[in-house]
Design a protein around this ligand. Structure first.
Ligand SMILES: Nc1nc2c(c(=O)[nH]1)N[C@H]1C(S)=C(S)[C@@H](COP(=O)(O)O)O[C@H]1N2
Ligand SMILES: [Mo]
Length: 274
């Protein structure tokens, strides 16, 4: 269609006197002022309602219940069989070192580090890095997503949490031997993981911990983990936000009660599923 073939009717000319113009502007201003005041009033009421509501784990109860709603949605779409996408090795980059909680203990000595594991059918265990590295090694290139909004594709090397659990099995609710293939749900419902001094700690649902892409990692992009990225051993759990991928693990405990969680206590979603 050519624009020249159509005649655009001229705009009706409205000529206001100065007084009429002023009156119109005043009316429009009043109207938008009233709308703004109503909106602000609604916000203020909502705000008072929110700030008068009880606290729950570091945030107001209505916000916490929103997070619980998010958790129900994330849980509904979770499956140990649903894998997060993986990438070619060449696309791996070094992520920004983010979060130092539990990493600043001056007493910490990587040479004498041990991993303590509790809730096992064989009783408490204390393991050195060589014992962990003798387990079947898995490599994975996956997207690492921080809840702050950045993400990086990273290559990780370590042992699947599920393989670790098979070698060091937890006690089961039924009392039968741990058997991931035949009784995948006969496991304690939670796993608590903490740094050696307890300065950072995460709580996991066992379903996510036993997802095949959840790793106890000692390698990043083909190199041993650096201290800032969590040496000698960290968790990598790509089905959840980075807050759950705890660096420098000192203790792992299978347990019935929902474990405390560093960021959940500071107002974030406990489940933190993607
Ligand atoms: N011990 C410990 N682990 C931690 C954190 C922390 O503060 N302390 N921060 C978490 C957060 S919020 C992110 S995004 C990732 C960042 O991992 P990176 O430093 O290897 O990139 O580590 C997670 N694990
Ligand atoms: Mo993060």
């Amino acid at each position: 269609m050519s624009s020249s073939s159509r005649k655009v009717p001229p705009l009706p000319e409205v000529v206001l006197t100065e007084a009429e113009g002023r009156a119109r502007v005043a009316k429009a201003t009043r109207r938008s002022f009233l709308a703004a005041a109503a909106a602000a009033g609604g916000l203020a009421m909502g705000w008072r309602w929110l700030t008068a509501s009880p606290m729950e784990d570091g945030i107001r109860a209505p916000l916490r219940s929103m997070l619980r709603f998010n958790e129900r949605i994330a849980r509904a779409s979770f499956s140990r069989k649903r894998l997060t996408p993986t990438f070619p090795r060449e696309s791996a980059l070094t992520p920004r070192a983010n979060g130092k909680a539990g990493l600043e203990d001056e007493e910490f000595n990587p040479a004498t580090w041990r991993l303590v594991v509790e809730g096992l059918s064989g009783g408490r265990q204390s393991l050195g890095i060589a014992e962990l590295q003798s387990l079947p090694k898995t490599e994975m290139v996956a997207e690492f997503k921080c809840i702050e909004g950045w993400s990086t594709v990273v290559q990780w090397g370590g042992v699947r949490f599920a393989d670790f659990a098979t070698r060091f099995p937890p006690t089961t609710p039924s009392g039968k031997p741990f058997d991931l293939a035949d009784r995948p749900d006969d496991v304690p419902p939670h796993v608590s993981i903490e740094t050696p001094g307890g300065g950072y700690y995460v709580g996991l649902d066992s379903d996510s911990a036993l997802h095949p892409q959840t790793l106890l990692a000692w390698e990043m992009n083909g190199e041993p983990l650096s201290e800032e990225h969590g040496a000698p051993l960290r968790l990598v759990i790509p089905v959840k936000y980075g807050i759950k991928s705890i660096k420098r693990i000192g203790r792992i405990a299978w347990q019935d009660q929902r474990p405390r969680d560093y960021w959940a206590e500071r107002g974030y979603d406990w489940y933190a599923g993607l």
